[in-house]
Design a protein around this ligand. Structure first.
Ligand code: IMP
Ligand code: MG
Length: 176
C-alpha cells in the first residue's frame, strides 16, 4: 500500500505566514545585517522563501546535523555533519529550522553556536510540535504550531522523500 499524505497546511497558508514572518524579522532587525543559518536539508525551502522577502541585508550559511537517521523517532544524538563556512563572531545570527520536535537538535546547536560569540542569536522555525518537547528551547519566530503527527513537505522528509511537496502534510505510512 502506498503512503498517504493529507494536507495539514496548504501552500497558500505557508506562503502567507512566511511573508508575515519576513516582515516581522525585517522590522526587528532594521538597520542591521542578519546571517541566516539554514539547517540542511529540511529548512532549505523555508530559508530561501524567507530570505527572498527580507528587506534587511542578508548573508546565508549552511550547517548539517543529524539526529534522526532514517527513522521517525529521534535518537537523541546530535552530530555535526557539515559545519558553517564562516565565523559568526559579532553577527546577528538567525538559525532557521524546519521543525522543532524534542528540541534536542536546537538545544545542542545553540550551545555550539553560542560559544562562537555571535552578537545575537535567534531561532526561527517553520513548525513547532510543543507536545513532544523534551528539552526547553526558546523559539523567537514560529510559523505554525502543530499537533503531534509526523509531517512531510516544504522541505521536511521521510527517508529523504517528499521534501518537494509545496504544502505541509501528515504522513500515514503504507504497509511495506
Ligand atoms: P528534534 O531534535 O527532536 O527537535 O528534531 C528536529 C529534527 O527532526 C528536525 O530538524 C527534522 O529534521 C526532524 N523531524 C522532527 N519531526 C519531524 C516530522 O514530523 N517530520 C519530518 N522530520 C521531523
Ligand atoms: Mg530531517
Amino acid at each position: 500500500m502506498a503512503d498517504k499524505i493529507s494536507v495539514l497546511i496548504p501552500e497558500e497558508d505557508v506562503e502567507k505566514r512566511v511573508r508575515e514572518l519576513a516582515e516581522q524579522i525585517s522590522r526587528d532587525y532594521e538597520g542591521e545585517e542578519v546571517l541566516l543559518i539554514c539547517i540542511l536539508k529540511g529548512s532549505v525551502f523555508y530559508t530561501c522563501e524567507l530570505a527572498k522577502r527580507l528587506t534587511v541585508p542578508v548573508k546565508l550559511d549552511f550547517m548539517s546535523v543529524s539526529s534522526y537517521g532514517n527513522d521517525t523517532v529521534s535518537s537523541g544524538r546530535v552530530k555535526i555533519i557539515k559545519d558553517l563556512d564562516d565565523s559568526i563572531e559579532g553577527k546577528n545570527v538567525i538559525v532557521v529550522e524546519d521543525i522543532i520536535d524534542s528540541g534536542r537538535t536546537l538545544a545542542h546547536l545553540l550551545a555550539v553556536l553560542n560559544v562562537r560569540a555571535p552578537k545575537s542569536i535567534k531561532l526561527c522555525t517553520l513548525l513547532d510540535k510543543p507536545d513532544r518537547r523534551e528539552v526547553e528551547v526558546n523559539v523567537d519566530y514560529v510559523g505554525f504550531t502543530i499537533p503531534d503527527a509526523f509531517v512531510v513537505g516544504y522541505g521536511l522528509d521521510y527517508r529523504q522523500m517528499y521534501r518537494n511537496l509545496p504544502y505541509v502534510g501528515v504522513l500515514e505510512l503504507g504497509k511495506e
